[in-house]
Write a protein of this length. Structure first.
Length: 310
């Protein structure tokens, strides 16, 4: 895989970062409470990515871009930044998150009763409304300049889907749709026999929960993932970093809403995602269109592009 952006992308990125987008990037860093080093990351990696994606958008068609990465890896920040750049370049762009497609609490409780108690906890494949996601993507891809498309929202502070009347509306046609999620692009596990952590050992000793998740990845989730035209991965160093990053997210949530998990509760919570996260870290860099390798400090250390798209 090539290690460099095309020369025209590099040149445009540098000019935009130092001139017309400089203030917008500084405002973005401040609003998102990002470290000053993000400006360098933006110029070297995220701004070129946005321009690279824009080159691949065909006039009159919607480009669907998947952004995958472990919890706390910065998927939402990357999606927000790409939206900023593309709108500054005159392109219509909106973002969807798998986190906003969770089933309602009542629906998850029903799954917990009918399949396995662990399915009451949101997050793993099987706890999303994939039909809603596919319908929303289709609506965005069919939209014209006058269309109003509701975008689903989920309120994690109360663990419930936001009422439809309160969903934000995307106006017009989207040139680019960003779909981000921690398990985006995940493939079924080859082996499920042995538990990989204390949660699986003590609460799923017969493998019912993890087999159900695998079946979901083989079914409707594959249909959603296949809608992606381009896949971008934020590759975490490992589960230790994902746990630490998730703790930072939880801290921000507590500061903003007053609600959040303690450390012990969070460790158990993250174990729900360990199997798929580890599989993605090992598998996805081999086929994703663009991979950003992150360090423990959250900053990009290197990247690669698929040769056929460079």
């Amino acid at each position: 895989m090539p290690k460099n952006w095309p020369a025209n992308i590099v040149e445009r990125s540098h000019l935009l970062a130092e001139e017309s987008l400089r203030k917008a990037i500084e405002d973005f860093i401040r609003q998102h409470q990002l470290p000053a080093e993000f400006h360098s990351v933006a110029e070297q990696y995220y701004l070129p990515l946005a321009l690279w994606l824009l080159e691949r958008q065909v006039s009159g068609q919607t480009l669907v871009v998947g952004i995958s990465g472990g919890q706390g890896s910065g998927k939402s920040t990357l999606a927000d930044f790409i939206r900023l750049v593309l709108s500054e370049q005159g392109a219509g762009c909106c973002a969807l998150s798998l986190d906003d497609l969770y089933l309602t609490r009542a629906e998850r409780q029903q799954l917990a009763q009918e399949v396995h108690p662990l399915l009451s906890t949101r997050g793993v494949p099987g706890t999303h409304d994939i039909k809603l996601g596919l319908e929303t993507l289709s609506a965005l891809c069919r939209a014209d300049e006058h269309t109003l498309t509701p975008l689903p929202r989920f309120d994690k502070s109360v663990d419930e889907r936001v009422p439809r009347a309160s969903w934000p509306i995307f106006k017009g046609k989207a040139d680019v749709v960003l779909l981000e999620g921690w398990c985006l692009g995940a493939r079924p596990s080859a082996s499920l026999q042995s538990p990989i952590n204390s949660l699986e050992k003590s609460e799923d000793k017969f493998g019912i929960w993890r087999n159900f998740i695998n079946q979901q990845l083989e079914g409707c989730y594959r249909e959603l993932f296949n809608r992606m035209d381009i896949t971008v991965m934020l590759r975490a160093p490992g589960m230790e970093s994902i746990l630490e990053w998730r703790k930072l997210q939880e801290q921000k949530l507590r500061e903003r809403t007053g609600a959040g998990m303690g450390d012990e509760e969070l460790v158990r919570f993250v174990q729900h995602y360990e199997r798929i996260s580890c599989n993605l870290i090992a598998d996805m860099p081999g086929w994703a269109d663009c991979v950003f390798v992150l360090g423990e400090d959250h900053l990009v250390k290197e990247f690669s592009l698929k040769a056929v798209l460079s």
